[in-house]
Design a protein around this ligand. Structure first.
Ligand SMILES: [Zn+2]
Length: 379
């Protein structure tokens, strides 16, 4: 490496440090210097191009007692944004996200896409994105799908077989003229609880359900993906060896007992909002459907907890909506089956992000990359 390359790397590393500090919270140059260990001169030097390019904003001076007035720096409210999009079996969702983690626009459309071709799906996603994208500079698009993803292509998606093999990232890139990163929905939903802010600690499992069940396992503040991206397939953990046949080819998988379509069918409801109303009204059939699903989910989760020994389970997506009626059954199965349970009660919490966790996490893929590779902000 030449000296010039080396200096450039050091500068990019320092920029990353400053940006990460600002993601945490705004601060004056003096405050940022104290938090990052950089000198005030270095900080001024680093923040100058960020201010000049409209990435940061310097607030008017605030008098803070003695000494010179401090001028806090924060991400510019008209600065660059990332777009996140979710393709799921029964809905599409999009969200725009600022570098500070603020949601700007979002939109969710219930729709059954199982019969749609890849081109039809991408046309609809592009249309939704165009509706919310707004005038700010776009850093790129994160696209999430319930399937195993490799190199911008879905290689396995038992619940969306028509999209397998289609170059989804490339197709959306062509439609929008923006970089597109494709990832698995369960992994990005977990990421949404890590970036830009930790919402469930450093070690947890995030589990959510549409037709399938997705789980993202987070260890030491990173989503654990496994060797080929198949890790966290909680939906296909077998809880009954000779049980119901599953779309994956196996039998007795958790999602055949705790997937959202199973819950709705058993409850005699067609949609989540109608199920929720039935639960609130104390409908016994609905309550039993959710309790049965909770028990099945708890058995599957206990296996995951015994393998990974994490302290927290986050119920996301439709499980977050149902958590009030679901949690007791899940907790009771886990308490009886998780070996560490005697030492430490597994914490079960509902996701605070609701039904937009996946779209937000997908956008987070892009903002996190931009902060970690700051040269992208100036491209
Ligand atoms: Zn299965």
């Amino acid at each position: 490496m030449t000296t010039v390359d080396h200096l450039r790397q050091v500068r990019l590393g320092n920029l990353r440090t400053v940006l990460l500090a600002l993601v945490d919270r705004p601060g004056s140059r003096a405050d940022l210097a104290a938090r990052t260990g950089l000198t005030k001169a270095t900080l001024s030097n680093l923040t100058e191009p960020l201010l000049a390019n409209g990435i940061l904003l310097e607030e008017p001076a605030a008098l803070t007692g003695m000494g010179r007035p401090s001028k806090p720096l924060r991400f510019h409210p008209d600065g660059p944004v990332a777009i996140g999009a979710e393709i799921n079996v029964s809905h599409l969702a999009v969200e725009t996200l600022g570098l500070d983690g603020e949601t700007l626009q979002r939109h969710l459309v219930p729709t059954d896409i199982r019969k749609s071709t890849p081109d039809e799906v991408l046309d609809r996603v592009a249309e939704l994105i165009n509706q919310i994208s707004g005038p700010r500079k776009h850093l790129g698009v994160g696209l999430a799908i319930p399937g195993v993803v490799h190199d911008g292509v879905v290689v396995r998606a038992p619940n969306l077989p028509k999209l397998v093999g289609a170059p989804l990232a490339e197709g959306l890139r062509r439609r929008l003229g923006l970089d597109v990163e494709l990832d698995n929905e369960a992994n990005v939903a977990a990421l949404a609880h890590l970036w830009p802010h930790h919402l469930a600690g450093e070690d947890f499992v995030h589990v959510s359900a549409d037709v399938g069940i997705g789980a993202g396992v987070v260890l030491n503040g990173e989503v654990y993906r496994g060797v080929s991206g198949f890790a966290g397939e909680l939906g296909h953990v077998v809880i009954e060896r000779d049980g119901v046949r599953c779309t994956c080819g196996s039998r007795g998988c958790v999602e055949r007992y705790a997937g959202l379509d199973v819950i709705l069918r058993e409850a005699g409801r067609r949609r989540l909002d109608s199920l929720q109303k039935a639960l609130d009204a104390g409908d016994p059939k609905a309550l039993k459907a959710v309790r049965d699903a909770g028990e099945a989910l708890g058995v599957g989760l206990a296996t995951l907890m015994n393998l990974f020994d994490v302290p927290t389970v986050v119920l996301g997506g439709s499980y977050a909506v149902l958590h009030e009626h679901l949690s007791a059954a899940v907790q009771s199965e886990m308490d009886g089956r998780v070996l560490a349970g005697g030492e430490r009660h597994t914490r079960l919490i509902a996701s605070p992000l609701g039904e937009f966790a996946v779209a937000r996490g997908a956008a987070g893929l892009v903002t996190r990359r931009a902060v970690h590779q700051p040269e992208r902000l100036f491209a």
